[in-house]
Design a protein around this ligand. Sequence first.
Ligand code: ATP
Ligand code: MG
Length: 387
Amino acid sequence: MICFPFLRRKGPSLSGHTVEIDEEVSSIQNTKLYTYKELRVATQDFNPANKVGEGGFGSVYKGILKDGTVAAIKVLSAESRQGVKEFLTEINVIAEIEHENLVKLIGCCVEGKHRILLYGYLENNSLAQTLLGGSHSSIQFSWRARCGICIGVAQGLAFLHEEVQPHIVHRDIKASNILLNRYLKPKISDFGLAKLFPTNMTHISTRVAGTAGYLAPEYALRGQLTRKADVYSFGVLLLEIVCGRCNTNRRLPPEDRYLLERVWKLHEAGELVTIVDSSLNGDFDAREATKYLKIGLLCTQDMPKLRPSMSTVVKMLTGEIDMNEEKISRPGLLSEFMGVKVDLGKTDTKDSTYTVSSGNADNMSSSSGDMTTSYATMTFNSIYDRN
Ligand SMILES: Nc1ncnc2c1ncn2[C@@H]1O[C@H](COP(=O)(O)OP(=O)(O)OP(=O)(O)O)[C@@H](O)[C@H]1O
Ligand SMILES: [Mg+2]
C-alpha cells in the first residue's frame, strides 16, 4: 500500500488496497509509481544474485516487472530520505527528459523510508565494466563503435546542456555512468540525481563533486560548477575511450599514470597516435583518432571558457566543424594544485578522505548557465584513484 503522510483525499483502488494519494502527489503525472511489494517480486526479494552493481547512491538490481519489462532498480541509500513531495518533484523533472542517448526513467517507489528508481535496463552494462574493465568483457570495441559511443555521449550531454530548460549540469560524467544497449548505443545515466540529496550530507558531497579523475580543477578546488565542468569530464572520458584505459592507473610508471598528462605530453611531442588503444591492432583511422584525442584536450583545457560547448564538440566529432586549426592550451591538472602527484600512497584507498575546499554549500544545489558560480565543501573519498 502506498501511504503518504499528508493525506487529503482517497485515490483509486489498486490490487484491492485503497491507495491514498495527496493531490499534489497525484498531479505528478510523468512518473509511474511502483509498490515496494511489486519490486520485491521483480527482484526476487532483492536477491543478491540479481544485483548488478553498487554506487554512491545505493545498490542496483536487475528486475523483471509484471508486464515483462526488464528494469534496473536503483535502491537509494538510507540517507536519501527526502520528503515524498520533494522527491517526486525532482523525479518528475527527470522523467520528462527523454533523449536517445539518455537512460530512461520508467518509474519509482516511495513507500515509507524506501526511495527507489526504475530505469530501462541496458544489456551491455557500463563502459567502465566493458571497455575499461580489462578481461572481464568479451565485447570488442572497434574504432567505428568507439566513434559512435563518443558522438552519442556528446549528443546526450549537449541535449542536457543546451536543450533541456533549465539546463542540467550532469556533474558526474564518467565511464560507469555511460551504459550501452545491445547495439553498443551509449546512454548517459544518473543525470539529475545530485538534486535528490540534501547538499549538506558529507558522503553526498562526493556525489556533488563528481568522481576523482574526471573533475575539472575549478570545480574541485573552487566549487565553480558550470556546464564546462561536464565538458572537462567528457574530455577525460573521450581520452579513455580512444586509449582504452582508465584515466588513472597506479600500476604504470609515474610518468604514465595519468592519462590526461600523458596525452598532453604526446601532443606536445607530436606523437598522439602512439597512445591509441593497442587492442585495436592498428585497425583505426589514425587521422580521426588523433583528432579525437585533440578534441579531448580541447575539452580539458585549464580555462573553462576555452573549452568548447557540447554542441560544438558534437560537430567536431562528426567532422561538421574542422578543428585542426584550433589552438589547444594546456590542460587543467588537479594533481598540480593538490601537490599529491608524487605521493599517492596517502590517497590511494577508497576510504581515504581529502577535504578540498569550502564555501557556501547552500548555493550548490542548482547551477546551469556557464556564468553560474557556486561553492561547496567537498570531501572526496580518494582524490585520484578508484581504479
Ligand atoms: N540502467 C541500467 N542498466 C543496466 N545496468 C545498470 C543500469 N544502471 C546501473 N547499472 C549498473 O549498476 C552499476 C551501479 O550503478 P550506480 O549508478 O549505482 O553506480 P556507479 O555509476 O557505478 O557509481 P557512482 O555511484 O559513483 O555513480 C553500474 O556501474 C552499472 O553496471
Ligand atoms: Mg551511475
